[in-house]
Structure formats: structure tokens, C-alpha cells
Design a protein around this ligand. Structure first.
Ligand code: FES
Length: 107
């Protein structure tokens, strides 16, 4: 199973084996990764699942669609070029080892 590494606000890392087809957000919520609130449950309407994706993996992701892009404009922590909504990142074997950093705040 592909692994996701979450870098938490305190600098520690949580590594979770993800089922292909599941999202980076779902794996965080299921495993109590702190700092990914995901208030809308993954229907791309809250922007509280914001993460910073490691540069090595940004190009492997499909580009954000218009809805995700609009929500990213309103995230609580600064939007960066590597900002994505973790509910929109679907795990595949190719994404094995993806590293995402949790932002300072989601609200
Ligand atoms: Fe709400 Fe991702 S969980 S936008």
C-alpha cells in the first residue's frame, strides 16, 4: 500500500499506509492526524483540509480544478504554490511516499 507522510505542526511526522483510491484527507481523519479538520467530509466545500505538498510530488498530481482553486484562495493559512486540498488527492501506487505538511491553522 502506498504510504503518506504527514508533517505535523510540531515538526513530527506520522506515516500511514493508504488504500489506493482513498484520499490523503480520509487517511488523516481515520488515523487522527492533527491539523486536518475536513469539516465538509470531503465534498470540496470547506477548505479545512489544506496541506502543503512536497515539491517532489506536486507535478505528479492532477492540477486543481476550478472549485478547488477557488477554495484554495480562501484557506486560513497562506496559500503557496504547493497548496492543495487533501480531499482532492487520491492515492495511487505512483504517490507512494508523498509528504504533506499540515498548515499552521485551518480556521
Ligand atoms: Fe472540505 Fe476538503 S474536506 S474541502
Amino acid at each position: 500500500m502506498p504510504t503518506i507522510h504527514y508533517i505535523l505542526k510540531d515538526g513530527s511526522t506520522r506515516s500511514i499506509d493508504a488504500k489506493p483510491g482513498s484520499s490523503v484527507m480520509e487517511n488523516a481523519v481515520r488515523n487522527n492526524v492533527r491539523g486536518i479538520d475536513a469539516e465538509c467530509g470531503g465534498c470540496c466545500s470547506c477548505a479545512t483540509c489544506h496541506v502543503y505538498v512536497d515539491d517532489a510530488f506536486v507535478a505528479l498530481l492532477p492540477p486543481a480544478d476550478d472549485m478547488e482553486n477557488d477554495l484554495l484562495d480562501g484557506v486560513a493559512s497562506e496559500r503557496q504554490p504547493c497548496s492543495r486540498l487533501s480531499c482532492q488527492i487520491t492515492m495511487t501506487a505512483e504517490l507512494d511516499g508523498i509528504t504533506v505538511r499540515v498548515p499552521e491553522t485551518q480556521i
